[in-house]
Ligand binder design. Structure first.
Ligand SMILES: [Zn+2]
Length: 467
């Protein structure tokens, strides 16, 4: 089979890999499967790729398989559908429940940001347009085809595909693509969990494969000691609340918010942080929370047995407040001892940008970064010690405390990625590294060559390889 890397190369966003099966004779059989259909996010030069013409005719793609519901893996789908793609979009049932939440929010955000840019006149374009609108998102949602874990299906002739638990977020999948005509197998890690998610079961090991396409978000790093990180988190929250400040936690709406709520509940129960109002200010996070609660209620096998035993109480906080309306959201900007969990996770858009604008100038407040912050995003600039950041075309001074906790990373670190790869027996003959910034991808490549002695390639954008 031929693999063409159309995104998620040299960056952690825009994941898209084209798979073209070959017949027994070794020539392409004319069918095309796309693994993931992610949005490019982050700095302008990366984001503008979303506006480039798609490198192949979307009409020529037969089907799509999604590894999971994060925007950088499914967020380009409405644009592809608008441009002619009309095949099935296979994914796990929980991914199919989460993708509509993500795509509707993405379309709405783009429409809102466009309207805002038009009103304030800070766009470079005289008539800014959204990349896609809600109608495009609804057409994409209609194509979602839920597929159970562990069951083989044939999305295109000569390819048999299976999804297994990925342990990264609810619904996330490791995707095994078997080319029946030539008996070749490629496993796509998707985004890989760490095996210590507080709610989800650990990722499935890759079964024997000829090639593995593996992510490398944290390919050059080791995560800190979990307990130590949680101690730090308790300390930073406690000192901020005690001085009467607000803790703003930018968090991906799907999964990160749920993981944070579990952690905050435990810290509160253990009396390691003061009890103060906790606001979830993201309609998308609240909708995603419902999908997680449903999975717990349904005894979903993706959820750990200990959590299933506890039931929905695992996510129940008596001092939790849901900010559903824009007025409720704006009221939080008056400050005071409270915790605000709001999307987006890297401060690139959504309600959290308004909170950052209002709360960053006051040194009593704290911004707690709990997720990966891509280069060029406001979150990364804060992490790198910026004295001011630009929000909605305006410079905002940074006086609030900035703290980072990596404990909640739902991405495997370098050692965990290596462990997962080494579980593939017999080992693959080829490894392709995607979904990482160049230093991470290269560092992981080096480790795989040295520690596992496997041929490894870090493909470039548009590169085509044969398995
Ligand atoms: Zn992800």
């Amino acid at each position: 089979m031929l693999l063409t890397f159309l995104g998620g190369v040299g960056t952690v966003t825009g994941s898209k890999t084209l798979v073209e099966p070959e017949s027994a004779g070794g020539s392409p059989n004319g069918h095309r499967l796309l693994i993931d259909c992610g949005l490019f996010q982050g700095p302008r030069e990366v984001r503008t790729r979303n506006w480039d013409a798609f490198p192949i005719d979307p009409v020529s793609i037969d089907a799509i398989v999604l590894t999971h519901a994060h925007l950088d893996h499914c967020g380009y789908l409405p644009a592809l559908v608008r441009d002619g793609f009309s095949g099935p979009v296979h994914c796990s049932p929980n991914t199919a429940a989460l993708v509509p939440i993500i795509l509707r929010d993405s379309a709405r955000l783009q429409e809102e940001d466009t309207a805002w840019a038009r009103k304030k006149g800070f766009s470079r374009h005289a008539q800014p347009k959204p990349l896609y609108d809600i109608d495009d998102a609804e057409r994409a949602i209609a194509l979602l085809t839920p597929t159970e874990f562990g069951r083989d299906f044939t999305p295109v002739p000569d390819l048999s595909v299976r999804l297994d638990v990925g342990g990264h977020i609810l619904g996330s999948s490791v995707v095994t693509v078997h080319e029946t005509s030539r008996d070749r197998t490629t496993v796509f890690s998707g985004d890989l969990g760490r095996g210590n998610h507080p709610l989800l079961s650990p990722p499935t090991s890759p079964a024997g494969a000829d090639a593995i396409v593996i992510e490398s978000t944290y390919g050059d790093r080791a995560h800190g000691e979990f307990d130590q990180e949680i101690d730090e988190m308790a300390a930073v929250i406690t000192r901020t609340l005690k001085r009467g400040g607000t803790v703003v936690i930018p968090a991906f709406a799907v999964d990160r918010t749920e993981v944070l709520l579990v952690a905050l509940r435990r810290l509160q129960e253990q009396q390691r942080i003061p009890v103060s109002p906790i606001h979830v200010d993201s309609p998308m996070a609240l909708a995603a929370l419902e999908v997680y609660l449903d999975a717990i209620r349904d005894g979903d096998p993706e959820i750990q047995t200990a959590v299933l035993a506890e039931g929905v109480a695992a996510l129940d906080l008596p001092n939790l407040h849901e900010a559903t309306t824009p007025e409720q959201s704006m009221a939080l900007d008056r400050g005071g001892a409270r915790i605000i969990v709001s999307a987006s996770g890297m401060g690139t858009g959504g309600r959290v940008t308004h909170h950052l604008k209002a709360l960053l100038p006051d040194r009593d407040n704290c911004v707690l970064l709990v997720g990966f912050q891509a280069v060029g995003t406001p979150g990364r600039m804060l992490l790198d010690g910026a004295h001011e950041i630009k929000i909605h075309g305006q410079y905002v001074p940074v006086r609030a405390e900035i703290a980072e906790i990596e404990a909640f990373s739902v991405h495997a670190d370098a050692g965990e990625l290596l462990d997962w790869l080494s579980q593939c027996q017999p080992p693959p003959t080829q490894v392709f590294i995607n979904h990482g910034e160049p230093e991470s991808a290269e560092a992981l490549a080096e480790r795989i060559r040295l520690d596992l002695d496997i041929a490894v390639d870090v493909p470039e954008l548009g590169e085509r390889v044969r398995v």
